[in-house]
Design a protein around this ligand. Structure first.
Ligand SMILES: [Zn+2]
Length: 343
């Protein structure tokens, strides 16, 4: 095992990296999707292991997990429970597969239930709700492209309900450690984080990420104001004692509060840019997204891959809907197209 140096360049290097006494960061590979890797956190105590998040059930992730646990003289059979921050496949699906094999307990935030049940329904086309929504947001062509890519995919074997559902205020005890469950809707409706106040650690999932902003507004059963939810959840975490940030994507960093302040500032600036784009004549979320720049490299919408273009459009809609909630814009659905205008 290696001491975690938090170097931003090599956080994806496989292994088990001790971030605090009894806590290891284990990066697992993802299929080619830009995020590069997902961190699973291993908590060790005499009576076994508890893992925060599980990784995506893809070839390579299981072998990487096995090798990392071997560094801790353990195997997946020692895992008693998965604490999963949210239902996205890079966090949840390997837990589902391992539970079939070994029967450990899997827990997930209660707010994920509606989206998980829709995702599990057997007759559903992949992304059906998201594609309908893209059409409403003015991105019909993008929806057609995505429909072509996803149509006829084999039925999913990745999805099952968890054993139990977390609610805000729950506590998870593991040895001397107490993890406080905090509901942080925004990235998804049922996202939760785990706050170890005793050791000043926040297992943040995708709620607070050190180098990127989590996507907002991409799930089958959407809240009315996902960005408003997200900013409320950032404020909630900011009111709690500061902690080291243990994110699902990226290196461990010293302060949750510092990163929350950056994220709040980012979205404030983004809301202003979004309002300006509407003032200059963009009407649909797709038109607004086409006028904004994306990623730290300031790329144009058309330069993103098709999946990230979808996330960009739904995220733009989340900003527009918050501006409507704030009274800065108005919104009307006209002939199947959602149009925004100055208030
Ligand atoms: Zn993730």
């Amino acid at each position: 095992m290696t001491l975690d140096d938090g170097s931003p360049d090599d956080w994806t290097t496989p292994g088990a990296f001790e971030v605090a006494p009894g806590v290891w960061r284990v990066p697992l590979p993802l299929p080619d999707d830009g995020l590069r890797a997902v961190n699973v956190y291993v908590l060790r105590h005499d009576d076994g292991l508890v893992l925060v998040d599980s990784g995506w059930a893809v070839a390579g992730a299981r072998a990487t997990l096995d090798a990392a646990l071997e560094e801790l003289d353990s195997t997946v059979k020692d895992v008693r429970r998965f604490l999963v921050t949210h239902m996205h496949r890079d966090h949840y699906t390997q837990a589902v597969h391992l539970r079939r094999e070994f029967g450990m307990r899997v827990s997930l935030g209660a707010g994920e239930r509606p989206s998980l049940e829709v995702t599990m329904s057997p007759e559903r086309d992949p992304l059906a709700e998201q594609l309908d929504r893209l059409r409403l947001l003015g991105a019909g062509e993008l929806a057609d492209t995505l429909a072509r890519i996803t149509r006829g995919r084999a039925p999913e074997e990745d999805w099952e309900l968890p054993d139990d559902w977390f609610r805000g205020g729950d506590e998870v005890r593991h040895g001397d450690r107490i993890l406080h469950v905090v509901e942080t809707p925004g990235h998804t409706r049922g996202h939760v984080v785990f706050h170890d106040t005793g050791s000043r650690l926040l297992f943040a999932g995708d709620h607070v990420l050190p180098t990127i902003t989590p996507s907002i507004g991409f799930e089958p059963v959407l809240s009315a104001n996902p960005l408003g939810d997200f900013l409320g959840s950032l404020a909630l975490v900011r009111q709690r004692p500061d902690a080291r940030l243990l994110p699902a994507h990226g290196p461990v960093t010293p302060s949750v509060h510092a990163r929350v302040d950056e994220l709040v500032a980012h979205h404030g600036a983004r809301l202003d840019e979004t309002e300006v784009a509407v003032a200059r004549g963009a009407q649909s979320a797709y038109e607004v997204a086409s006028r904004l720049r994306w990623t730290r490299r300031e790329r144009e919408l058309g330069d993103l891959d098709v999946f990230n273009r979808m996330l960009a459009v739904t995220e733009t809609a989340a900003h527009l809907d918050l501006l409507v909630a704030q009274g800065r814009l108005t919104r009307a659905d006209v002939d199947g197209l959602r149009c925004y205008a100055g208030a």
